[in-house]
Design a protein around this ligand. Structure first.
Ligand code: GDP
Length: 333
């Protein structure tokens, strides 16, 4: 396939592209707004932009960070983020917030979070898109991640709140998934029950400053619990570390483990393989969503769906017959 060229872009988007590639934060914010828009013309412009940018993406380490509300996600990301940017790293923080897609409100997206980090020119912080289903929000975050990479951000953190399905959604778009926990066992059990721990590549016990002994005990408990689970990679045992986001303790050890994870998985070939599998899965998610959309928008489906649903509910036709008839409509354009 020929490489997409700048000529496929509107003049204003060509300017946007140049500014984005130069690492301008406002250009990145504007490009993400384009990607998040549901307007068809915006979608088209966003796709053209992404086509041109694609060869410039992929040069970051993508970290997912999750944990229940109050565990200290924003405090940790701010502390860790400041430490990183002081070390010359450019960091983008993107949020996937399931609450925003359900209620229109948001647990993660309020503007007062990570105030210090937000003032740093080397950092870019973007709250979760506020419309659409979790799947839709996640797709937009994936695209935002690519844009951030093209803008030269070399660490991308995707933050999500640990309530429900969003962790697995995020784990499927990042290289390394990190779970923040409080030093108490009730919390641990919740995470194990929900299957979140299975996707964790590293566990951080935060707030270790409050009671270091309890934190150390939680570490041991976690180590034992994890022995019973299948690791995310045969070459990697998820480390369990204690940190204090407010006291800035444990950041260096954490970062060392992140780099060790990357080099270990690169050496085994899993790093690239994981990204490839994620890209294919992403494509299928979009195909599924596209087919569903096309189905619901089809005039014959719109005309017949509620009547057929009623007949199925009343037991007058079988679900199989109804489904076949409805799907058959797709053949008439
Ligand atoms: P989030 O909802 O997961 O983003 O949690 P926040 O970052 O908003 O933190 C919730 C509360 O825990 C805030 O009052 C923080 O100051 C506090 N907190 C976060 N990290 C630590 C920590 O390491 N130690 C202590 N003592 N408090 C912390």
């Amino acid at each position: 396939m020929p490489e997409a060229t700048h000529s496929s872009l509107l003049p204003e988007d060509r300017v946007l592209l140049e500014k984005l590639l130069a690492g301008e934060r406002r250009a990145l914010a504007k490009a993400i707004t384009l990607v998040e828009s549901s307007r068809a013309d915006h979608r088209h412009r966003a796709n053209e932009l992404l086509k041109v940018l694609l060869p410039r993406t992929g040069n970051s380490i993508r970290l997912g960070i999750s944990g229940v509300p109050g565990v200290g996600k924003s405090t940790f990301i701010e502390t860790f983020g400041l430490w990183l940017v002081e070390g010359g790293v450019r960091l983008a923080v993107l949020a996937v917030d399931p609450s925003s897609s359900i209620s229109g409100g948001s647990i993660l997206g309020d503007k007062t979070r990570m105030e210090l980090l937000a003032t740093r020119p080397e950092a870019f912080i973007r709250p979760s898109p506020s419309a659409g289903s979790l799947g839709g929000v996640a797709e937009k975050t994936r695209e935002a991640m690519l844009l951030a990479e093209a803008a030269g951000y070399n660490v991308v953190v995707v933050e999500t709140v640990g309530v429900g399905q969003s962790e697995t959604t995020v784990a499927e778009m990042v290289d390394m998934f990190i779970l923040l926990q409080l030093p108490n066992a009730g919390d641990d059990l919740q995470a194990i029950k929900k299957g979140i721990v299975e996707v964790a590549d590293l566990i951080l016990i935060n707030k270790a400053d409050i009671n270091p002994q309890a934190a150390a005990f939680a570490c041991t408990q976690w180590k034992n619990a994890l022995k019973m689970l299948r690791p995310t990679s045969p070459h990697w045992t998820p480390p369990i570390l204690t940190v204090s986001a407010v006291k800035r303790e444990g950041l260096e050890v954490f970062w060392r483990e992140v780099l060790a994870f990357k080099s270990t998985l690169e050496a085994s070939g899993e790093f690239a393989a994981k990204r490839k599998a994620q890209a294919i899965r992403w494509m299928w998610n979009l195909i599924d969503a596209g087919l569903r959309h096309r189905f619901h928008e089809h005039p014959l489906v719109r005309a017949e769906l509620s009547k057929l649903s009623e007949l199925v509910a009343e037991g007058r036709i079988s679900p199989t017959v109804a489904a076949q008839q409805l799907l058959g409509f797709l053949q008439h354009s």
